[in-house]
Every structure is written in structure tokens, then in C-alpha cells.
Design a protein around this ligand. Sequence first.
Ligand code: IMP
Length: 500
Amino acid sequence: MKMILKEPGLGLRDFRILPAYTELKHKTENVSLRTRLCRHGDDFICLNLPFLSAAMQAVTGTEMATALSTLGGAGVLPLIASVEEQCRMVRAVKRHRGGFQTDLVTFSPNQKIRELLTTIEKMSYSIFPITDSGLFHGKLIGVITDKDFDPRYDLDLDVRERMKTGLQVGVEVDDLKEANRLMIQYGRGFLPIVSREGTLQSVVFKKDLDRHIKHPEEAVDAHKRHLVGAAISTYPEDRSRIEALVESEVDFLVIDASDGFTVFQKETLEWIKHHFETPVVAGNIVTPQAFEMFAGLEADAVKIGMGIGSGCTTQEVKATGRGQATAIIEIAAARNDHYKKTNIYIPLIADGGIISPADIAVALALGADSVMMGNFFAHFSESPGELLYINGEYVKEYWMEGSRKGFNLRRYYQSSSAFFEEGVAGYVPYEGSVFDSIPSAKQRLKATLSTSGAESIQDLHKNAVLELQSYSASEAGRIHDMTVMKHRETALPVIGKASH
Ligand code: IMP
């Protein structure tokens, strides 16, 4: 039935959070950012940091996904990659296992150096355990690295002729601190871990371990492997992609569609639920009616946002979309009702237009459990976009999935013959590594929770008081009536005082 809603849709920046009484338990060091990402059977997959990197070619590759899971969040690998490439990326992220690596390529001593070289070129691994059978759980007899042979002369030699034997190993070591101690003692960058019988169990790499010790909040699965998600489409030809991703042990699937309130999404969700146990995030939606459909289909999480991505032109070219705050408020109310009726909690992911920790805080306070960000992550060296030098500034390329450069037709149900852009391509300032920036973003978010009198995101959901601001109130909340000095500007010294 036709309706004309006369209340304006609101954006995240229309709201501010009122301070509440801050107790000792709300001090930033006591605040937890742990959150529910999606349902997983009767339980949840949780993150220690409520951040997901967007399923965009300019944002999430292996490097970003691994970095983000190291920091406690998770990356979603984009749909546009080939099935093989997307599965390879999933496996590459999951290879990181809280320090102990089990996804290793092993060789037998009788294989040729030529085969080893092919593997090195294909997988860019550099250290290979040698076992008697050549299989992972064989008896460890040596190790060969990419430095132990000369590709000009050794290709037809057996691996046994170049491998190193007499290895120093850790026997049944399952404590990372002990593994670290042994690596320091042996002066090695890696340590094979074997059973009492000498069977290979895992390898610990110094660089992984250092990272693990530095970032104890890694987001990991039940086997301590890093969490990662992958985008899929509603197109029937992507069903084999879904099967391959599940086989590659992806932790969660994300149906990547600009408009999720469709029969295609319904059928895809039903099909996945019927065939697999892997959690599935449905979206994107902006109305409670769409949420009801997803809840009825047992979606494991729901992603909210349409027409508000930083480089998105959907609202301009199609006049469709909704203010992100209004969308979250209405869907969170529907989610809470659903929870009251069924005791089933469906986590919400706010996606699009979330650029700063202040935006993140408002999205969470309104009812989102986590946020997905593209622009925010595109700034960092770990994103796949090129680093460019433009007008005296270092910048990173950032392009939207619906732009000509992104050309993600399945996300927009478009055909190549009548393609129109729903997003632009451009660039964002370069900000170095995500590892250097996230601690400050995290601290700012914790400070918001602390001021709001919340110990956790769940606490914020229950108790946050948000207020809609007038234009002049929000103007007063920005820098005004002064000029900010840029770092590079040097002020001329004033000689004497201004005279009247
Ligand atoms: P951002 O964080 O504001 O840059 O928004 C990123 C989000 O925008 C993604 O996670 C997608 O949901 C959405 N998005 C990606 N590409 C496009 C596009 O071409 N048009 C509209 N929305 C897009």
C-alpha cells in the first residue's frame, strides 16, 4: 500500500550520546568491546573488536583480513574474485592459528626441487617441513627453505640432497611462551612442534608469535585459527562458490546485495540454511519488514545500510536509500521484539557511511552489534588499493563496488549491456598501517562507552541515551570560529605586541 512518511530519515551524525554517571567499572581499561557478530547454531561467533572490513575489492584482501582478525575484528573477502581466488584467500587467513600453524605444505625427501619451486611460486610460502611420507602427520626428518637451493642448478635434485636435518624442535609444546623461549634459545625464526614419536604437529613462526603476543585479542575460531568471512551473491551460478567456500572452512558467509529485500535473497538464504551449517549474514536492508523476512528465514545476522556509503550514488541515481540512524533504530526495535518473542537474538551490522569512531559509537548505541567499514579501512597500507602521490599528498585509491572500476554487477542486479554506475572511484588520505591506527580508534570508542556509563556494547544497547541535535547544536559541536593550523604550516614570529 502506498505511504508517504513525513518524518525525515536521520543520519548517524544527527545524534549525540548524553553522558551518564561514570563509575570505576566504566574506566576505559575496564570497558570491553567484545560483541556478537552472528549466530552460530545455539551460540554466537564473537569479535573482540566490533569492526568488519567491507567486502570490497579496494578494501579487503588477505593482508587486511589477517591484520583485522589479529586486532580482534574480521574481514569479509569480496565476491568479485574468482571462486579459486576467494577460497585461496580464505585459506591464507585461516592459516594463522593463534601462533601454531597447521596449514602447512610438506614434502617427502624423494620429491624434486622442481616441485618445491612450483609450490613456492604458487603459494609464496618459504619454509617446508620434510616428513618421511611427505604428509603433514608424517615423521619429521628435515626442513627446506627457499634459501637452501639454487634454482639455476638444483631443479632435478631430490629434496633430500638440499634439506637440513638434525633439527631443533619443540616436543609436545602447546604453550606459545614456551615455544618463544625455545626459538630464542635456538636462535631460530621458526620451530617445528612434534609429538613424542616425532610426528609433525605444527610449526610456530617467530613473526606470527610476536604478533600474537602483541595482540592478545585476536578473533579466532574454536581451533584458534583466524576468523574470516566471504561475500557471495544470490545468483544461482554462485551456489558452487558457496560450496567451495564452506569446504575452505570460511567462518561466515555474507550475502552481498545492495538491496536484500528480494525473492533472490530469500531463496539463497533458504538454500544455504538447508544445505550448510556455516552462519550466513543477510542484507542489506533498511526496513523492519525486511528484517521480519530475514528473521523468519533464520538469518544469523543482518546487515543494515542502503545509499549511504561514502562514494555511493544510489540515492542520486535511483532515489532509493535511507538515513542510517533511522534504519538502525527501526530494525533494532524489530530485532528486540523478535528476541522477546522467540529468545533468538539476531546481531545487527551497520554498513556504510561510518567513517570515524564517533560514527561507530552512535551506530552501536542505536542498536548495531558491529560495524562494517570501507572508507575507514581503505586509508591503510593493508588495503589492496594503490598508494599514489597526488598534489603533494600520499593517498590510497578507493573505489566503490558499483563504480565502473568495481563493476560488481551481481551486487546491483545489473547487466553489462545497460550498466549504470551506483558509486564512484577516487582516493582517500593514506594513513600508514592499520596496526598503528586501530589502537587509537579503539581507545576513542572505549572513551565514549566510559562517558556513556557503559561497560560493554550490550550495556550501551540497554542504557545509552541519545539525543537528536538541531543544526546549530551540531554546528557548535564542530570546530568553529577559529582556524586550525596544519602541521606543516609555520607561523611567522610576531615582533612586539599589536598596538592599539
Ligand atoms: P563506506 O564505509 O562509507 O565507504 O561504505 C562502504 C559500504 O558501501 C560497503 O560495505 C557497501 O555496503 C556499500 N557500497 C560499496 N560499493 C557501493 C556502491 O558502488 N554503491 C553503493 N554502495 C556501495
